[in-house]
Design a protein around this ligand. Structure first.
Ligand code: PLP
Length: 482
């Protein structure tokens, strides 16, 4: 007798369980603000609760969903809680989740135009929309010599920018011969660590990545950049790449893009702009002043998965010269050859990124943009900025605290006027309470608390509550140290 058993989930079962999952998600969003924001589990606790062996026979779906509540949720830090003020946000929204679900359902692998034309063409189209929505230069449009592509993260985008810059500077010899040892790259001491990783992976070497000093506002000192480049030239090295940041991770500092661009132009360097979180602010014309100079950049990236209501992962990477990017990353094994590619009339996005395979990420972005409309996105970004600015005002008015860096958008760096230990204690107690979650950084050698407003559902009452809790814990700390 042939074995005719079937273990698959039927469409009818899927319909039933799928509805349960969607209900679970809606319930989760309704109750997430009542859950402790930072997970309280100890290392190993989640694994300990899991069965040692996988199940021999399939289990009932209701058990799976029950285990999400029982085993998984206690080990989740609730990034989607409106009381999440840590790091930079990784926000999500209904339309993004549904778009992502459809992407999972279609299960498309869009490495080539031919492997699913809609996957490529929707991506091109939505990224062209974003050029207009963010006031980015026309050279990033697909109708010019450039174009945009969705990457998983800003780290990947920066790596691809650096690789392309490396190839351009070596007349595409480094890919064949290795990068040699005399290339030099530049960014500020405040740039995200992903540029260091890029320098490691691209074979540039950390010793050849110059971390340029910053000014009193933690923005790159352009004169120091010029001096470093000139010194390298004098010493026979080959400067090739500069990364400027719109909104640094530590303090949301804005590098002087026009000055940096001028140095790049003078020395023929590739200029990459990392606007991972703060790029979203450019949806609002009044915040575009921070990216002034981006029209002079060779490449640019920002993460809708940080602040633009699009669940992780989604980084938009734009280049002015797509031919250089494609020449850097293109490999064409026999099995991928096809007529569409050979016609030259299509984009094959596998040539614009590190991996071969790619998900249909533009669906969630498309859903977000269509659900909110430009107006809706602008409204919520403005709300976030206004709430953060109110928070900064309250901090300034309480003599026990100080705001320690400019707060141009939705991040406030502040300090309890006490020791580093006091600040650490204050933060630890707040986070352990589960009432909110904020993180720290070091600025000018001191521990500083960072309060970011960017979670999709954060309202003024959450920010007021956070400030009340911060004040309460500060009073308690003061009473203890008296
Ligand atoms: N650049 C900046 C300014 C960031 O703040 C971050 C992360 O917070 C990154 C890059 C890295 O982002 P990703 O996780 O997308 O690589």
């Amino acid at each position: 007798m042939p074995d005719t058993r079937d273990f698959h989930m039927t469409p009818a079962q899927f319909r039933n369980y799928g509805k349960q999952v969607v209900d679970w998600i809606a319930d989760y969003y309704e109750r997430v603000e009542s859950l402790p924001v930072l997970s309280k589990v100890r290392p190993g606790e989640v694994r300990q609760a899991l069965p040692h062996e996988p199940p021999r026979s399939g289990e009932d779906f209701s058990q799976l969903l029950g285990d999400i509540d029982r085993l998984i949720l206690p080990g989740v830090t609730h990034w989607q809680s409106p009381k999440f003020h840590a790091f930079f946000p990784a926000n999500a929204s209904g339309p993004a989740i549904l778009g992502d679900l459809l992407s999972s359902a279609l299960g498309v692998q869009g490495m080539l135009w031919a492997t699913s034309p809609a996957c490529t063409e929707l991506e091109t189209h939505v990224l062209d929309w974003l050029v207009g929505m963010l006031g980015l230069p026309g050279k990033f449009l697909s109708s010019s010599a450039g174009g945009g592509v969705i990457h998983d993260t800003a780290s990947s985008a920066t790596l691809c920018a650096m690789l392309t810059a490396r190839e351009r500077a070596t007349q595409f010899a480094a890919n064949r011969q290795g990068p040699g040892g005399n290339l030099a790259a530049y960014t500020s001491t405040q740039a995200h660590s992903s540029v260091e990783k890029a320098a490691m992976i691209a074979g540039i070497g950390l010793d050849n990545l110059r971390l340029i000093e910053t000014d009193g506002n933690y923005a790159m000192n352009a004169e120091a950049l010029a001096a470093a480049v000139e010194q390298d030239v004098r010493e026979g090295r080959l400067p090739f790449f500069v990364m400027g940041t719109v909104g640094t991770t530590s303090s949301n500092a804005m590098d002087p893009l026009p000055e940096i661009a001028e140095i790049c132009r003078r020395h023929g360097l590739w200029f990459h702009v990392d606007a991972a979180m703060s790029g979203t602010a450019a949806l609002c014309p009044e915040f575009r002043r921070f990216q002034q100079g981006v029209e002079l950049a060779d490449s640019y990236c920002f993460n809708p998965h940080k602040w633009m209501f699009t669940n992780f992962d989604c980084d938009c990477f734009f280049v002015a010269d797509r031919a250089a990017l494609i020449k850097t990353l293109s490999i064409l094994p026999e099995y991928l050859k096809n007529q569409a590619t050979e016609s030259g009339a299509v984009f094959d996005y596998r040539d614009w990124q590190i991996p071969l395979g790619r998900r249909f990420r533009s669906l969630k972005l498309w859903f977000v943009i269509r659900h909110y409309g430009v107006e809706g996105l602008q409204y919520h970004v403005r709300q976030h900025v206004a709430m953060a600015q109110s928070f900064a005002d309250w901090v300034r008015r309480d003599g026990r605290f100080e705001v320690v860096a400019p707060a141009p958008l939705n991040l406030v760096c502040f300090r309890f006027r006490g020791s580093d230990d006091d600040n650490q204690k204050l933060m630890d107690r707040l986070n352990q309470s589960g009432d909110l979650y904020l993180t720290h950084t070091k600025l000018s050698g001191c521990i500083v608390l960072r309060f970011c407003v960017g979670q999709t559902n954060t309202e003024m009452r959450h920010v007021e509550f956070a400030w009340q809790r911060i004040q309460e814990e500060a009073s308690r700390l003061q009473a203890e140290t008296k």
